[in-house]
Design a protein around this ligand. Structure first.
Ligand code: MG
Length: 173
């Protein structure tokens, strides 16, 4: 039997997957905010906004799944209006854009690459905050923490990176 055409299958499921990646430099004198959660740290993430590498990667995963480009296209890093911006507000805007196009967020899987700080119980706080921002159940948000094994910019404690995969559901039922 001939296989079902791809367009047919997509119309039935409406599932869309997106990948988001980001990396920010760690510097003294900046607050460290990861996934919308402040961490006590002598160093924080450099960026035009609050530098929240986790929420930026979440936003890019959602934009990618919806076919809407990347956050650099939506929020210029030269716009003074975004200087020091709370990234949870940027993410809220992205969620609105995605929903206006008929998508619901299904789940997100988040991998945070940080040599320091050790995230420990902070992972659960990040999970709860992302679930709140995306209006998801806790079970739809997964957080993984990895070190850089002492290698590369993450391992040398010069940066924190994040990768996120997000699923959108475009069914109208
Ligand atoms: Mg960023």
């Amino acid at each position: 039997m001939a296989s079902e055409p791809v367009a047919e299958r997509r119309a039935k499921t409406g599932m869309r997957v997106g990948l988001g990646e980001d990396l920010h430099r760690l510097v003294p004198g900046r607050p460290l905010i990861l996934g919308g959660v402040p961490f006590d740290s002598p160093v924080g993430l450099l960026g035009h906004s609050d530098g929240d590498v986790v929420l930026h990667a979440v936003a890019d995963a959602l934009l990618g799944a919806a076919g809407l480009g990347d956050i650099g296209e939506h929020f210029s890093d030269e716009d003074p209006a975004h200087a020091g911006a709370d990234s949870s507000k940027l993410l809220a805007h992205v969620v609105d854009e995605v929903r206006r196009r008929g998508y619901a967020v299904g789940n997100v899987d988040v991998v945070i690459h940080a040599q320091r700080p050790k995230l420990g119980s902070g992972k659960e706080r990040i999970r709860a905050r992302i679930a709140e921002l995306l209006d998801l159940d806790l079970g739809d948000v997964n957080i993984k923490a990895k070190t850089g094994e002492g290698l590369d910019a993450v391992g040398r404690e010069e940066a924190i990176a994040c990768r996120v995969v997000a699923l959108l559901d475009g069914r109208d039922d």
